[in-house]
Design a protein around this ligand. Structure first.
Ligand code: GTB
Length: 215
């Protein structure tokens, strides 16, 4: 059976591919697995039918035969373990690529999301300005460390992997901040990943959803 994933009916990212269905779409394209996309509204996400798939009432979800998954990282790990193309065959290299998946989601994403969310939901607070340097510094520290590790390499550990896919989607959560651009190697890393045909196809598919909803 062709897998089905869920995505926003109307994404608040205005077609910029920042919501987490983008990473699943991209992974699907990298492994050459077509999928159906079921679009859901914010209201539908909180209804029992969707909550049965996703306990937190979010997107993305993944359904394939009798398997239903939530959490973008778990979905991508499942795809990467099932299909060639996103994880190395060598066991040690595979373990390192999985470590990069966790690093993207566990070490890089939290400060980046907190920094971005603060600008959306805390702007009116009297302490907003005072808190910004601390949030920005946390992101800067992690970006500096990531940049040092990447160095002049194309990808984080050998060939492109699910670790790079997740890392790039996380770095893309900083649009307009200039923080990634402080490290030319990280900016080039994101550009290199975005040039991959699989990324381009996934981006176009999510943009088409936004354009249809807007038009
Ligand atoms: N840890 C989960 C995962 O990795 O799958 C997190 C899933 C998640 O946060 N889903 C969000 C969601 O469904 C969409 S991606 N939110 C609805 C809700 O919680 O009610 C987060 C997101 C939303 C919007 C933008 N944007 O506008 O730029 C970017 C990212």
């Amino acid at each position: 059976m062709r897998p089905t994933i869920t995505a926003f009916e109307r994404s608040p990212d205005l077609g910029r591919g920042l919501a987490r269905d983008m990473r699943v779409r991209w992974a699907m394209e990298e492994i050459g697995q077509p999928c159906d996309v079921r679009l859901v509204s914010f209201e539908q996400m909180k209804q029992p039918a969707h909550l049965a798939l996703h306990p937190f009432g979010q997107i993305p979800t993944y359904e394939e035969d009798n398997l239903a998954l939530f959490e973008s990282g778990a979905i991508i790990l499942h795809l990467a373990q099932k299909h060639p193309g996103l994880l190395p065959v060598d066991a040690d290299a595979r373990a390192r690529a999985i470590a990069w998946m966790f690093a993207a989601l566990n070490t890089m994403e939290p400060p980046i999301v907190e920094y971005g969310m603060s600008k959306v939901v805390e702007r009116g607070q009297p302490w907003f300005e005072a808190r910004q340097p601390m949030l920005e510094d946390r992101v800067r520290t992690r970006l500096g460390q990531l940049s040092a590790r990447l160095g002049t390499a194309d990808w984080l550990d050998g060939d492109f992997s699910a670790g790079d896919l997740l890392m790039v989607t996380v770095l893309r959560r900083l649009p307009g901040s200039g923080l990634v651009e402080e490290h030319p190697n990280l900016a080039a890393y994101v550009t290199r990943a975005e040039a991959r045909p699989a990324y381009q196809r996934a981006f176009a598919a999510q943009l088409a959803v936004f354009n249809r909803a807007a038009g």
